[in-house]
Structures are given as structure tokens and as C-alpha cells.
Write a protein that binds this ligand. Structure first.
Ligand SMILES: [Zn+2]
Length: 309
């Protein structure tokens, strides 16, 4: 038998839990961030371009609004690198980096997504020359903001660093710079979770790549994804398989080189990959919001199940 006071209490608890869950990811905000970051006026966000700086300022003001801490001045980590293809030195490329302390561990989860893309280039048959990079990688960047917002209200066990990286399209430069100028010993990094292209797939599949190297992560991810769509696939992480191995194809590469565990969330290439048609109109909103919730669930479980020391 349930006494009236108890049932009122349970009702309150139910309301608190359901309201809390509903607020976990703001889907409208997620989509509007993706739209903003891939709009024509950002002109493809090429490193050091005006559009790239607009994207950077949006991320920076969001980190500020959310109330993230940081180890860099105003969240910005500047770095320089040589672009061999263009034979040009890039000064003052900028990563945007926020931080949330953990409840009971010093081992950091570093979540990354690159916000740069390839800019303006060759026109396609429709006369479009802006390479918007909606899927690549406004999708991962907007997801990074949503995760920062979520974990700022639900404190994780492990500290989380949120890194919006620059210069990925010029050779994973932002990730290399982050690890070169990291505010803690690299031994304190528990793992890297990278997101790059997560907003569309014809087969309703999202990859979590890297478990071939780190098999201990696989059961956690398998369990986290039970009953959820898109279906979580493993693979693209076998050595000696050329471009089929994605380990060095995005910002998880430099972490791998430092022997730091990673999981890379991404989809297989599509017709609009690195084309002017990779724009907001061609992403799949329901795939994207579901992928976001799946990734969130995976990160919550990794945070709870991975060792604290
Ligand atoms: Zn990318």
C-alpha cells in the first residue's frame, strides 16, 4: 500500500526526472547551431578566414554563456603551423577550449570536434563555390556545444575538456597543437572522444571507431547503445587497410600517436563529402538528433564505468 504523501512524493520525483530528461538535449538549439555554423556568410570556415573567426566567436560566447572554465585566456589557444600543400605559414590559428571539473577523478575526458572547413573553392555544376561543411564538421561542433551544456548541468565523474579545434583540414593541426600545449601532463588524459560528420547516413548507421585498439571500451558502448537508433557500428580501425582505417583521418590521430585511448564517432562518406552541397539542407535532422542522444548516452556510460584512477 502507498500512503498519499509517498505517492505525491513519487509524482514530484517523476516530474523532476521527466523534466530533467526532456531538457537534456535542446534539439532546436542543436539544429540552429549547425545551421548558423554552416551558413553561407561563414564561407566554409577556412582557417584564418573571416568566416572561421565568426564561427570561433560563436563557440567562445557559448562556452562563456554555459559557464565553462578554461586554462587559456578567454578560451582561446593560438598556434602556428606550416601548410605544406599551400607552402604557407599559418600564424594565429585558434582552438577554443573549455573545461568542466569532475566529481571524483583527475583523469580527463577530452571531447573534440573541428570547427574549420575548406572555405571557398571550385564551383560545382550549380555555380556554388561555398564549401559549407554542414556535416563536416558543423555537426560535430554543434554537438560539442550541446554536450558542454548538458554536462554543465549534470556534473561528470571525470573532468571533461571541450575542444573545438581549428586547422583539421590542413593536417589535424589543432589536435597536434592542443597536445603540444596541454595544461596537464598527458598521462592525465583518460581518453579522447572525437566527433566529425555525425548528421546523416542512408543506412541509419553511426560508427564508433577505435575499439579494435581499445577492446575494453567496446562492451560499454555496446551496452549504452542497446535499443537506440542510429545503430552503432564498430570498425574502420584495422591496421594496414589504407583509407578504410579512419584512425588518422580526423583529430583522434594525434591522440593515438601519443598512445591515448580514443573513440571516433562519424559516418561513412557521402555524395556531398567535401563538396559545396555539404549544406544544411542536405543533413538529416532526425538522424542527427538521434545520433546526438546516442553519443551522449555513450559518454555518460564511459564516464561512469571507466576507472577513476
Ligand atoms: Zn572533418
Amino acid at each position: 500500500m502507498v500512503t498519499p504523501s509517498k505517492s505525491i512524493f513519487s509524482l514530484f520525483l517523476f516530474l523532476i526526472i521527466s523534466v530533467g530528461f526532456a531538457q537534456s538535449i535542446d534539439e532546436k538549439k542543436l539544429l540552429s547551431d549547425l545551421k548558423l555554423l554552416s551558413a553561407d556568410d561563414l564561407k566554409g570556415r577556412k582557417t584564418l578566414s573571416e568566416g572561421n573567426i565568426k564561427a570561433r566567436k560563436h563557440i567562445q560566447s557559448e562556452f562563456q554563456r554555459i559557464g565553462l572554465k578554461t586554462h587559456y585566456s578567454e578560451y582561446l589557444q593560438s598556434f602556428s603551423f606550416e601548410n605544406r600543400r599551400e607552402n604557407k605559414k599559418y600564424e594565429d590559428a585558434v582552438n577554443v577550449i573549455g573545461f568542466l571539473p569532475g566529481l571524483d577523478s583527475r583523469n580527463i575526458i577530452v571531447i573534440t570536434a573541428h570547427y574549420d572547413h575548406v572555405g571557398v573553392g571550385k564551383k560545382n555544376s550549380k555555380g556554388d563555390s561555398i564549401y559549407n561543411g554542414a556535416d563536416d564538421n558543423a555537426s560535430g561542433t554543434a554537438a560539442l556545444l550541446a554536450l558542454a551544456e548538458y554536462f554543465s548541468k549534470n556534473q561528470p565523474q571525470h573532468p571533461i575538456m571541450f575542444a573545438a579545434l581549428d586547422g583539421e583540414e590542413m593536417g589535424l593541426q589543432g589536435a597536434k597543437a592542443l597536445l603540444k600545449d596541454f595544461p596537464f601532463p598527458l598521462d592525465n588524459i583518460l581518453m579522447n572522444i572525437n566527433m566529425d560528420m555525425i548528421s546523416r547516413n542512408e543506412n541509419n548507421e553511426l560508427y564508433a571507431s577505435g575499439t579494435n585498439y581499445y577492446p575494453e571500451l567496446k562492451p560499454i558502448l555496446e551496452q549504452a547503445s542497446v535499443g537506440l537508433l542510429p545503430s552503432l557500428k564498430f570498425g574502420h580501425d584495422q591496421p594496414n587497410t589504407g583509407r578504410e582505417n579512419w584512425t588518422q583521418s580526423s583529430d583522434q590521430g594525434p591522440f593515438f600517436d601519443e598512445k591515448i585511448m580514443h573513440i571516433y564517432f562519424g559516418v561513412e562518406d557521402h555524395v556531398d563529402y567535401h563538396q559545396p552541397s555539404d549544406e544544411f539542407e542536405n543533413i538529416e535532422p532526425s538522424f542527427y538528433t538521434n545520433a546526438m542522444k546516442l553519443i551522449l548516452k555513450c559518454i555518460i556510460d564511459l564516464d561512469q564505468k571507466l576507472p577513476k584512477e
